[in-house]
Design a protein around this ligand. Structure first.
Ligand SMILES: C[S@@+](CC[C@H](N)C(=O)[O-])C[C@H]1O[C@@H](n2cnc3c(N)ncnc32)[C@H](O)[C@@H]1O
Length: 293
């Protein structure tokens, strides 16, 4: 038996260059990802997210546990909270004009890109390491008839195919924990116009706690990522001409989502780590909006 896996070889061919072995791992992870918690939620209205939700649970919409349609309602409610998260990110992009270009770094299956285009009417360029995700996002854009404005590409967000100053705004929605923050923010600062806005929503470990807790380490292992501290975000932004305009602690706002998700049939096993780390103060869910100066 050969010790070379054909799947691995095929995926390797589809990788963008330059790619580190770690980026190869991440591309494979997302090429093979098909968790019901992501797909069934996206099926609700065709907006496919790979991030978490914020806001209060609408118990009226959920109905009674045990009712025949309870699980369907629960899925719709989790999805509503995930789209609410995107709306909060988009609220922080500032005034965007129709002829502007936005960049979604680590765009996943493209839910945030579609929402950004629907809100602002502008072009949205997405990048992901995963061929499967880029194809999925581009197919969705075609189905919606917005393929001229919304486009996903397979490439490395540390080396994006955009000219300097091209983007009016750019963001990372739960994708900054896969890269070195100094490299990432240097690249955002390059593609952003002066005065442009950068926004991230991310989990980060809390320096007040001291070091990453066992729950944070568990989340890193589960997603093959490297969660940074809040302090690292602030330092790397400041070092790269990105001046924080708003820092919003969304930790309390995301807990209801996790507690609801933990009761569903779609659990992935990582719910406890999120709930415990948010509650013991070792982990925070933050939005940071920064101006490119
Ligand atoms: C948790 S998903 C978030 C997807 C999307 N932002 C959302 O909110 O639905 C993480 C994404 O980051 C992307 N990613 C990770 N490292 C990357 C890199 N170096 N360059 C481009 N994309 C990357 C993955 O391919 C994946 O699409």
């Amino acid at each position: 038996m050969s010790d070379i896996d054909v799947t691995t070889l095929r995926d390797a061919v589809a990788l963008p260059t330059p790619a580190t072995p770690y980026q190869g791992d991440i591309a494979r992870y997302w090429n093979h990802e098909a968790r019901p918690v992501n797909l069934r939620l996206g099926d609700v209205d065709g907006l496919y997210h790979h991030h978490y939700g914020i806001g209060d649970i609408d118990h009226g919409a959920l109905g009674e546990p045990g009712a025949a349609d309870y699980e369907t309602r629960l899925i719709a409610e989790l999805h509503r909270l995930e789209s609410a998260q995107t709306n909060v990110l988009l609220d922080h992009l500032g005034p965007i004009k129709q002829d502007d270009t936005l960049v979604d770094a680590g765009c996943g299956r493209g839910g945030s890109m579609v929402m950004a285009h629907q809100r602002f009417g502008c072009s949205v360029e997405g990048v992901t390491l995963s061929v499967k995700q880029a194809d999925f996002a581009n197919n969705r854009a075609r189905e919606l008839g917005i393929e001229n404005a919304v486009q996903a590409r397979v490439c490395n967000m540390l080396d994006m195919p955009f000219t300097s100053g091209q983007a009016a705004a750019s963001w990372n929605n739960e994708s900054s924990m896969y890269v070195d923050l100094h490299d990432l923010f240097a690249e955002h600062a390059r593609i952003l116009a002066t005065g442009g806005r950068y926004v991230t929503i991310t989990g980060c470990w809390n320096p007040i706690y001291g070091q990453p807790s066992k729950w944070v380490s568990q989340i890193n292992a589960h997603f093959e990522c490297n969660i940074h501290s809040r302090r690292e975000y602030m330092r790397a932004l400041a070092d790269n001409r990105l001046v924080p305009q708003a820092v919003v602690d969304l930790t309390a706002a995301t807990l209801p989502y996790w507690e609801l998700r933990a009761t569903s049939s779609l659990v992935t096993g990582i719910e406890e780590a999120f709930i415990n780390s948010y509650k013991d103060g070792s982990f925070q869910y933050l939005l940071i909006a920064a101006d490119r100066v």
